[in-house]
Design a binder for this molecule. Structure first.
Ligand code: ADP
Ligand code: MG
Length: 267
């Protein structure tokens, strides 16, 4: 494996799209694993009560498992509950159990409710020397996603190559700009990744052209193809990158991760 370039500053990336099923979790776990296998220190914060990222990375998230909920509600340090992934010693996962769903409502009445995760991340960066933090978000723009947006420096938006893909992005851009204006000046939509791309269909190509026209800087050159191996990997508690490293899906995620790492090293 090639050693990937270390960013000058830790990069804190929210993987967001308020649409479900577009490849947020798949993108999070595979990019994070590829960067970790490239020698970088990586944390995945599972910020979705469904805990799909925890599952896909082979980390326990059964009810009662401590993780993202405790960090947000009890202000416990991330380092206390981040678990090493079984696949790479420099990949850690802050798991999400179903209990996290309560945080969305419980946070409403808390003081500093939007800044909980940012405070925790600042401390974790000092304690851990992490290079990349990824937030896998639920398909909504509520307080869980907001906490991640306030903590982050960048947003990565996976876009499924289908009609109306850009409509959702417009709404997301509005939220980003509101957060940027009020809570986090540093936030940038840095990266767009086309997922579930099917080069045989005109539709996929049209959507890709449209996305590239609007977001020429941000859109990665590598697209993620639709692939059965990608879809079956989570049931083995593995990202496709380690489940079937030679498959087209794994190679595409590997290439996208290298693109992300190289872009980040240029700044
Ligand atoms: P989200 O987190 O946005 O809801 P997921 O990453 O969970 O989306 O993906 C939704 C479903 O599609 C999952 O079952 C996943 O395994 C599958 N999937 C994701 N990317 C691909 C792909 N490139 N090819 C085939 N199936 C995919
Ligand atoms: Mg998901």
């Amino acid at each position: 494996r090639v050693q990937l370039p270390r960013p000058k500053q830790p990069r804190i990336i929210v993987v967001a799209n308020q649409k479900g099923g577009v490849g947020k979790t798949t993108t999070t776990v595979n990019i994070a694993t590829a960067l970790a296998l490239g020698g970088l220190n990586v944390l995945v914060v599972d910020n979705d009560p469904q805990g799909n990222a925890s599952t896909a990375l082979g980390v326990d998230h059964s009810p009662g498992t401590k993780g993202t909920y405790e960090v947000l509600m009890d202000r416990v340090g991330i380092i206390e509950y981040a678990q090493p992934s079984p696949h790479s010693p420099n990949l850690h996962v802050l798991p999400a159990a179903i209990d996290l769903s309560a945080a969305e409502l419980e946070l409403v009445n808390e003081r500093g409710r939007e800044h909980r995760m940012r405070d925790a991340i600042i401390t974790y960066i000092e304690e851990s020397g992490v290079d990349y933090v990824f937030f896998d978000c639920p398909p909504s723009l509520g307080l869980l996603t907001l906490n991640a947006l306030v903590a982050a420096t960048e947003i990565l938006v996976p876009i499924q190559a289908e009609y109306y893909a850009l409509e959702g992005v417009t709404q997301l851009m509005r939220t980003i700009n509101r957060v940027k204006g009020n809570l986090n000046d540093d936030l940038e939509l840095s990266t767009i990744l086309l997922t579930m791309f099917d080069s045989r269909t005109n539709l996929s190509r049209e959507v890709a052209d449209e996305v590239r026209k609007h977001f020429s800087e941000q859109t990665l050159n590598n697209e993620i193809p639709r692939s059965v191996k990608i879809a079956e990997a989570p049931s083995f508690g593995l990202p496709v990158i380690t489940y079937q490293p030679k498959s087209i899906g794994a190679l595409a995620y590997q290439a996208a991760a290298e693109e992300i790492a190289n872009r980040g090293a240029e700044d």
